[in-house]
Design a protein around this ligand. Structure first.
Ligand SMILES: [Ca+2]
Ligand SMILES: [Ca+2]
Ligand SMILES: [Ca+2]
Length: 251
């Protein structure tokens, strides 16, 4: 399983990708096998459930975890019920053209006008681990790296808050093939680490961070599918089957 993951990452794009979502509807792009899209790949609306909020001025970074106090948060996360642990079997799965993806939503909040509405998403790394509640600042030790936007060249995504202004409206959707998680237990904890604001000002567009929090969320609909979806079980081999029978093994 480790060999398969390494192969997946090593065969990724050879050149840096800039996914520009600032044109709005219809904008989309792929970085290292993950799709960053302005629009949802599947219609409908459901219950949006935040799992991490990140806020700082200029640049910011952070990942989802559950800790006991604000001071225990590793980076620029916002303390409270909107920042917490997440398990693999809590993430909705979307099937597009025969490929199953985990779907993550991003809602950004920036100042409007003067170019401040722009914001860059500079890094996404996703780890899985049997251990919840981690708060290390050494992100590479969080667990098994499942996805790295910057594996190979340094890529980023450009966003414009003013296209979907307001808290609770989705500005970007991230789709990760569930095959990236092969060999994980379905109860493994998922850490989504992201960085924003690193592009600074480009042609008057101020990609640095301002105003309110950036929020990663899941959208759960009445008919959402989660692991262990029968069609996906083969990918997860023996580990998930064991986890299903012993869900508290890693608790
Ligand atoms: Ca900005
Ligand atoms: Ca980057
Ligand atoms: Ca912001």
């Amino acid at each position: 399983m480790l060999a398969a993951t390494a192969l997946c990452l090593s065969t990724a794009n050879a050149s840096a990708a800039v996914v520009d979502l600032t044109p709005g509807s219809g904008s989309t792009g792929t970085i290292n096998g993950a799709t960053y899209s302005f629009n949802k790949l599947r219609g409908g609306t459901g219950n949006i459930q935040s799992f991490v909020r990140i806020q700082a001025t200029g640049t910011e970074q952070g990942y989802n975890t559950t800790v006991s106090s604000n001071s225990a948060l590793p980076f620029n996360e916002t303390y409270g019920s909107f920042t917490h642990n997440l398990q693999l079997n809590e993430i909705p799965i979307i099937e597009v053209s025969g490929v199953d993806y985990f779907e993550f939503l991003l809602d950004v909040n920036e100042s409007s006008g003067g170019g401040n509405e722009f914001i860059s998403l500079d890094l996404v790394q996703i780890y899985t681990s049997p251990t919840p509640g981690q708060n290390t600042t050494n992100v590479a030790t969080l667990g098994t790296l499942r996805y790295d936007m910057d594996a190979g060249p340094n890529s980023h995504v450009r966003l414009d808050y003013s296209l979907n202004s307001g808290s609770g409206t989705t500005d970007m959707c991230l789709y990760l093939p569930i095959s990236f998680f092969a060999g994980a237990a379905i109860t493994d904890y998922v850490y989504l680490y992201s960085q924003f604001g690193g592009q600074g000002t480009i042609s008057g567009q101020k990609y640095g961070t301002s105003d309110g929090f950036e929020e990663w969320a899941l959208e759960v609909m009445d008919d959402s599918v989660f692991l262990p979806e029968p069609a996906t079980l083969a990918l997860f081999a023996l580990a998930p089957l064991f986890a299903i029978r012993s869900p508290r093994r890693h608790a």
